[in-house]
Design a protein around this ligand. Structure first.
Ligand code: PAF
Length: 282
């Protein structure tokens, strides 16, 4: 498995690989890999001939006061895991290789980036779409794999790829969870065992919402209030949002069709997100 740091060398390797007729799969990550990432890599290995995993803690998607500097960085362990899985190449550029001092070009999916996460992290998706667009240009993948855990991110990236005619298929993979139901996340590394137990309330509230919907409830406000009550009972929580949307991120009042329930909740000093999707038919 080759580790490549320079964007030019990565570009060269990708172009040469493409010329041999091999399909290229890309799994963009910020490292600190866990089983959720490995499921993305496994999917890419199934779908394509040559898999590149990028590891880059992208500064432009972190807002002022967010956890950029303390975000977990575990490069050697990540590299070992990826080599064991049979990944072909790791792309791990430095920040100044991707963002030279006079960098000033950004990619933004305007409307979709402003709702849900965007209300609380106004520059986040601009950073994500900019770095993913750069990765698409450098690696030219046929397939790029993202997790459903970051539901809005996947929707925004699909929109960007369509709007800008990137010749790439965006594939999403279901969230991998701990036995407790807590979604796997690199940020879970911040928690003590006691905090991990409290963090399960996000998934519990989603499962409670699912139960209500299966029992026939269709009014979004009722379901969201019940979720809020459940979360508020857990010490140290503060809700940023609970939203029930369609696949284009429009908030729903009455539920029908394909819906996603998303939430962002602070647990002490750490902000967690999670979601589930359901298909209610007509
Ligand atoms: O999901 C992530 O880890 C990041 O947002 C991504 C897609 C790698 C872009 O930096």
């Amino acid at each position: 498995m080759k580790t490549i740091k320079s964007p030019k060398s990565m570009q060269l390797l990708s172009r040469r690989t493409g010329q041999t007729g091999k399909s290229i799969g890309l799994v963009p990550t910020m490292g600190a890999l866990h089983k959720g990432h490995l499921a993305l890599v496994e999917r890419a290995l199934k779908l394509t001939d040559f898999v590149v995993v990028s590891i880059f803690v992208n500064p432009t998607q972190f807002g002022a006061g967010e956890d950029f500097s303390r975000y977990p960085r575990t490069f050697s362990a990540d590299r070992k895991l990826l080599a064991e899985l049979g990944v072909d190449s790791v792309f791990a550029p430095s920040a100044d290789q991707l963002y030279p001092a006079d960098f000033e070009t950004y990619v933004a999916v305007e409307k979709m980036s402003q709702v849900l996460e965007g209300e609380f992290r106004p520059t986040h998706f601009r950073g994500v779409t900019t770095v993913v667009a750069k990765l698409f240009n450098i690696i030219r993948p046929d397939v790029a794999v993202f997790g459903r855990k970051d539901f809005q991110q996947a929707v925004v990236i699909k929109k960007m790829a369509r709007d800008l005619n990137f010749d790439v298929k965006i594939v999403t993979v279901p969230t991998v969870r701990e036995k407790s139901g807590l979604a796997k996340s690199s940020r879970n590394k911040y928690f003590s065992p006691e905090q991990l137990r409290r963090a399960v309330v996000l998934y519990d509230s989603l499962k409670m919402a699912e139960k209500m919907i299966k029992a026939g409830h269709r009014q979004a406000s009722k379901i969201k209030s019940a979720m809020k009550r459940r979360i508020d009972q857990t010490p140290g929580t503060r809700i940023d949002y609970i939203a029930i949307t369609d696949e284009e991120l429009n908030e729903l009042k009455r539920l029908s069709g394909k819906i996603t329930i998303s939430l962002a909740v602070w647990l002490d000093e750490v902000r967690l997100i999670d979601n589930i999707s359901l298909n209610l038919g007509k």
